[in-house]
Structure formats: C-alpha cells, structure tokens
Design a protein around this ligand. Structure first.
Ligand code: F6P
Length: 327
C-alpha cells in the first residue's frame, strides 16, 4: 500500500504527555510497521523535550522486543513547555531535518496532538497521532490506549476495599483518576458495584449520596462505596462531609498513579498494536495531520484537530445504571 512519493524514508516515534499502559505495545507496532514498510526508525526520548534536545536513537526490530507486556513507555515521556513556543518547535524541527526524519508517530493525548499539528503546519513534517491516555477522553475514538488497564486496576482496588468495608460496616470514598473527565469513574463504579459516583461532567451533590446511603442502611445495607473522579472533588473532603452529615464511619482511598502503571490488559495490547500499525500504514499512504481512531471496532483516520474541536461525551446513562443497580 506504500505510496512511493509520500513514503517517508525515516520516521521518528515518540510518546508524550501522561504515560498509559499499552504505549509500549503501540511503540512496538509503529516501529515494526515502519521498518516492515522500508523506513529507518528513530526513537525520540521524553517526547517533544527530547526532540528539542536532540535525544534521538536508532531503533531496529529488536529494539522493541519483549516490551508488549510492559507498562510505562520505554521512550520516556514529558510535557514540554519549550515546545509550546514557535522557537522551541523550530529547534525540534531542525533536529529532525538534520537526521532526515520526514514522518512522525506521536503517541499521546490531545495536548500531544496540538504539538504534532503545529509541527505539520509550520514545518511540513508528516505526523500521525495515536491516542494513548488512561482517561479515554479523546473525541473521535471510542477507546484510547491504557483505559482498559486503568479501569481494571481501579476495579481490583475497589474489590479489595469492598472486602474491608463490609467487614467493618464502613463507607468508603474512593478517588480515581480523571482530572477533566469521568470515563474511568463511571466504568469502575459500574464494574465495582458502587453505590454512587461523582464525575466532573455532572457534579452530583453529597446530600443525595447521603440519602442513598441512609436508605440502604434502613434496609440493613451498612457498607457503601462511593467513587469520585479527581476532577469532581477530593475523596477526603467528601468522606469528611459524609461522616458529618450521616454520622457513618467513613474512610477514603486515593488510587492515584497506580492506574497509570502495570501490565497492559490484552484489550489494550490489541488496541495499541492495531493503532500503532495503522499509524505506520497511514504515514506510508501519504496521510498527515491525522489521528488513528477506533470506531465500532474499525480503524479510521480523523484530523488531529478533531481532538480539541470536539468534546467526547461521557455516557450519562451509566450514572443512572450505578444508581439503579445499587438499591
Ligand atoms: O494521564 C491522565 C491523567 O492520569 C489524569 O487523569 C490526571 O489528572 C493526570 O494524568 C495526572 O498526571 P500527572 O501526575 O502526570 O500530572
């Protein structure tokens, strides 16, 4: 399928923004995909910051051996302030030009896409984005790499906390990640059988959670689990309010960055492999300024700008589902 005129002879691969389990599987697929199509590949360390600092290294097929099962990213990642300026991007583009890199695979979230878009516009570098973030908050794609692992990690933590919550008749408020989006909170609340969930998209009130818990207590349901996305409030504060308002013994747990690490699930590995490979194929077919998306199980390419021009809506029906199933 390679378009000879369009095919970049040398491709750079980087991961950028918050890391996500499955990024390594995407790196592996992009590197092997590009080499299979006849290009040389360089890895770029620490995202755009490494590009500015010329922290590049040649990658072979063997460079990505044994990484499909590893969390984190072997390339390292960063959020580069310097790259946000035109001067920073010019420095980065000059480093790419010096080693003949004409195409880039950027694995990250929408902030990383903005950078890729700017490189494409200002310096004509061909860029393909691959959505890697545990938050699953990129518009245009049903799933992002890392989300499935993160919700499984959260669910495992919730299961463990439920054991002790039930033994002690306690209410637990568990804070999961999601500074701007409630996707992790919603899915892990359903999977963990929570009594209530708070998300940034629709801030619920503590009073209605109190009512719910009190109604449960009247029926003999003493322990309860409340899930809070970090962007919807602090577990500590909400736990304190609950204990004040209904006088129940409350404990809190912040799962935090545990959700960003660990071995990627099979689902994330498959998604990352499909997407990383599709990025390589897209570059060789002459595409640029596009992101690889998955829609109803099929790979599609969308403009990078889709990620910041649209907002991915959380499934609000999950809020009602949590409510309906925890009576
Ligand atoms: O990766 C996305 C995310 O996990 C958000 O949910 C969270 O708010 C943020 O990253 C925290 O990232 P960091 O600690 O790297 O700033």
């Amino acid at each position: 399928m390679a378009d000879e005129k369009a095919a970049p002879r040398h491709v750079g691969v980087l991961t950028s923004g918050g890391d996500a389990p499955g990024m390594n599987a995407a790196v592996r697929a992009a590197v092997r995909g590009c080499i299979g199509l006849g290009a040389a590949v360089s890895g770029i360390r620490r995202g755009y910051q490494g590009m500015i600092e010329n922290d590049l290294f040649p990658m072979q097929l063997s460079s990505v051996g044994g990484i499909i099962n590893r969390g984190g990213t072997i390339l390292g990642t960063a959020r580069s302030q310097e790259f946000m300026s035109k001067e920073g991007r010019a420095k980065a583009a000059a480093n790419l030009a010096a080693c003949g890199i004409g195409g880039l695979v950027v694995i990250g979230g929408d902030g990383s896409y903005r950078g890729a878009h700017a490189l494409h516009k200002e310096h004509g570098i061909r860029v393909l984005g691959v959505p890697g973030t545990i938050d699953n908050d990129i518009a245009g794609t049903d799933y992002t790499i890392g989300f499935d692992t993160a919700i499984n990690t959260a669910q495992e933590a919730i299961d463990k906390i439920r054991d002790t919550a039930e033994s002690h008749d306690r209410v637990f408020v568990i804070e999961v990640m999601g500074r701007h989006a409630g996707f992790i909170a919603l899915d892990s609340a359903v999977a963990g059988g929570a009594e209530a969930v708070l998300i940034p998209e629709r801030k619920g009130d503590v009073e209605s959670i109190c009512k719910k818990i009190e109604a449960g207590r009247k029926r003999g349901k003493i322990s309860a689990i409340v899930i809070v996305a970090e962007g919807a409030g602090s577990a500590l504060e909400i736990g304190y309010l609950l204990s004040k308002m209904i006088g129940v013994e409350t404990r809190t747990a912040v799962i935090g960055h545990l959700q960003r690490g660990g071995r990627p699930t099979a689902l994330d590995r498959v998604l990352a492999s499909k997407m990383g490979f599709a990025a390589a194929q897209g570059l060789f077919a002459g595409l640029s300024d596009k992101m690889v998306c998955i829609e109803n199980g099929k790979i599609v390419y969308r403009p990078l700008s889709h990620a910041w021009k649209h907002k991915k809506e959380a499934d609000m029906e999950l809020l009602s589902l949590v409510d309906a199933l925890s009576i």
